[in-house]
Design a protein around this ligand. Structure first.
Ligand code: BES
Ligand code: ZN
Ligand code: ZN
Length: 480
C-alpha cells in the first residue's frame, strides 16, 4: 500500500472514496447539498460507525464522498482518531476499493497514519491465494491547507505502526517456521537494515556464561536456544540512563513434561510475542532516534517434552547463582527471563522492562482488554502508564505485596518456579521475577491476554495484536 500525506483542497483529491469525519450533530452541510438534506431528515447524525456514501459528488474529483461518523467531537482523542481511520480503512478494504483519501485535522496526523498502516495488516502471510479484495493500493491522509511540518508526525505514525506490524508478522509465524535461530535471524536482519548493533549468544556461549535456568528449559528441544541482543546508542545520550527491554521468546510452548492439553495448544506459537514486541519497538526506536540508550534482550527457546527434557523437581542454577526448583516445566517463561534480567544488569542497564506472555492467570484477571503491569519502582511505572494512555494501549497496574512472595517456598532450592496454589498466579510469577531484579527499577508486562486477538477489533485484524510497541516507542521518545 502506498501511503501519502496531502495538503490539497478536498475538491481536488482524486480517489475512489474521499472520507470525511463527521462529529455528532456537526454535519458539514456546506460540502454538498445532500448533507443538508441528511441533517434535516435526521438520517445521519455522525455517531461512531455510521457511514453515508454520496456517489459522483458534483464539484469533486473523487468518485465518492463518504461521511464517516466519528462520535462526539469533545471525545475525539488521538486514540479515537486512530480507531476511526483503521475502521474506515478495513471497511473499504472489504469493499474492494483501491484508493481512499482520509481527511483529518493536523493534531491527529500521526494517529491517522498509524491507524491506516495497522488496518492494512492481515494474518495471511502463508495463504498461497490472498484475498484480492484485501489489497488497498493507495491511501492518502489529507489535511487541507496543512503545514509541511506535519510530515514529521506523519512519518512517526507510519514508523511506529510498521514496528507494530513487524511484531505481528513475527508472532503470527508458526513454531516450525520460526524456531529460536530464525527469530534471532529476523532480529539480526532488522538490525542490519536499520543501523542497530546485533549480537546473538549461542548455546555454547550461554553454557560458558552460566545461563542455567534458560538452558534447563531448552534442553528438551532439538532446536538450539538463542539469546539476541540489539543495541541502540544515540550520539548524545541522556546521562546515567540505560534502558533494557527484555522480551520472552518461547517460539513454541508445549508445556514440556508438564504438558499442556492439546485443545488450543496451537496458539502457543505466540509465546514469543514479548520478544517480538521488543524487536518491533527497536525498529521504531532505530528510526525515531530517541536520546536514551536502549538495549533489547531476547532470550529464545522452544519448550518441548523430549527425552532430554527437564523434569519436575529438577533444580537449576540461574546466571545470578540463585537456585530454582522446577516444580512445573510449563512455568518456563520466568526461567528464561531471570537469566535475561541478570544479563541485562551485568550489561549495566539502569531500568528494565520485560514483556512476556507469562500467565494464563493474567487473562483470567483482565481478559484481553488490559495488559497487567507490575513494578518495584512507582515513578518508572508512572512514566510508562502515561505513554500507554496517549498510545491507547491499556495497561492496568497489579499489586506486588510481600505476602505474595511468601507463597513461593521451596524446601530444596532458593525458590520454586511456581507457588503452591493457582490463586494470584500472575502476581506470584511477577514476585518470582522481582527476586532477580535486586532493586534495579523494573516493570513487568504480562501480555498473555492482550497479545492475541481472538476476534478482530477496532480496525485490527484477528490474530497477533503487536501490543506494547507503541507504548515502548513513546516511552523511549519522551525520555529526557
Ligand atoms: N505461555 C504460558 C502462558 C500463557 C497461557 C500465555 C495462555 C498465553 C495464553 C506460560 O508459559 C504458562 O504455561 N504458564 C502457566 C503457569 C503455571 C504452570 C503456573 C499457566 O499460566 O498456566
Ligand atoms: Zn508454559
Ligand atoms: Zn510460555
Amino acid at each position: 500500500m502506498n501511503l501519502t500525506l496531502s495538503f490539497s483542497q478536498l475538491a481536488k483529491i482524486e480517489a475512489d472514496a474521499l472520507v470525511v469525519p463527521v462529529f455528532e450533530g456537526v454535519l458539514p452541510v456546506k460540502l454538498h447539498p445532500w448533507i443538508a438534506q441528511l441533517e434535516a431528515s435526521g438520517e445521519f447524525k455522525g455517531k461512531k460507525g455510521e457511514t453515508e456514501v454520496i456517489p459522483q459528488p458534483e464539484g469533486f474529483l473523487a468518485k465518492r464522498l463518504v461521511l464517516a461518523g466519528a462520535g462526539k467531537e469533545s471525545a475525539f482523542t488521538g486514540t479515537e482518531a486512530r480507531k476511526w481511520a483503521a475502521t474506515v480503512v478495513r471497511s473499504f478494504k472489504s469493499k474492494a476499493l483501491k484508493s481512499i483519501a482520509l481527511v483529518t485535522g493536523s493534531e491527529h496526523v500521526a494517529f491517522v497514519a498509524e491507524g491506516v498502516v495497522l488496518a492494512d495488516w492481515e494474518a495471511d502471510a502463508h495463504k498461497s491465494k490472498k484475498d484480492p479484495s484485501c489489497k488497498l493500493e493507495a491511501v492518502a491522509v489529507v489535511v487541507p491547507g496543512g503545514d509541511p511540518s506535519l510530515e514529521v508526525a506523519f512519518e512517526r505514525g507510519r514508523i511506529v505502526a510498521e514496528g507494530q506490524n513487524l511484531t505481528r508478522d513475527l508472532a503470527n509465524e508458526p513454531g516450525n517456521l520460526l524456531p529460536p535461530r530464525v527469530l534471532a535471524e529476523r532480529a539480526r536482519q532488522m538490525a542490519a537494515d536499520n543501523g542497530l548493533q546485533c549480537e546473538v549468544l549461542d548455546e555454547t556461549k550461554m553454557r560458558e556464561l552460566g545461563f542455567g535456568a534458560l538452558l534447563g528449559v531448552s534442553q528438551g528441544s532439538a532446536e538450539p536456544p538463542t539469546f539476541t541482543i540489539l543495541r541502540y546508542e544515540p550520539a548524545q545520550a541522556v546521562e546515567g540512563v540505560h534502558l533494557g527491554l527484555i522480551g520472552k521468546g518461547v517460539t513454541f510452548d508445549t508445556g514440556g513434561i508438564s504438558i499442556k492439553p492439546s485443545e488450543g495448544m496451537e496458539k502457543m506459537k505466540y509465546d514469543m510475542s514479548g520478544g517480538a514486541a521488543m524487536i518491533g519497538a527497536m525498529y521504531a526506536i532505530a528510526r525515531l532516534k530517541p536520546s536514551v540508550r536502549i538495549t533489547a534482550f531476547i532470550p529464545s527457546v522452544e519448550n518441548m517434552p523430549g527425552s532430554k527434557a527437564q523434569r519436575p523437581g529438577d533444580i537449576v542454577t540461574s546466571l545470578a547463582g540463585k537456585t530454582v526448583e522446577v516444580l512445573n516445566t510449563d512455568a518456563e517463561g520466568r526461567l528464561i527471563l531471570i537469566d535475561a534480567i541478570t544479563y541485562a544488569k551485568q550489561q549495566n542497564c539502569t531500568h528494565l522492562i520485560d514483556a512476556a506472555t507469562l500467565t494464563g492467570a493474567i487473562a483470567v484477571a483482565l481478559g484481553s482488554v488490559n495488559c497487567g503491569a507490575f513494578t518495584n519502582d512507582q515513578p518508572f511505572m508512572d512514566r510508562l502508564l502515561e505513554s500507554s494512555r496517549t498510545q491507547g494501549e491499556k495497561i492496568w497496574q497489579m499489586p506486588m505485596d510481600d505476602e505474595y512472595k511468601e507463597m513461593l517456598k521451596s524446601p530444596y532450592a532458593d525458590l520454586p518456579n511456581i507457588s503452591g496454589g493457582r490463586y494470584g498466579g500472575a502476581i506470584t510469577a511477577a514476585k518470582f521475577l522481582e527476586e532477580w531484579t535486586e532493586g534495579t527499577p523494573w516493570i513487568h508486562l504480562d501480555i498473555a491476554g492482550v497479545a492475541w486477538l481472538d476476534e478482530g477489533k477496532a480496525g485490527l485484524a484477528k490474530g497477533p495484536s503487536g501490543f506494547g510497541v507503541r507504548t515502548l516507542a513513546d516511552l523511549a521518545c519522551k525520555w529526557r
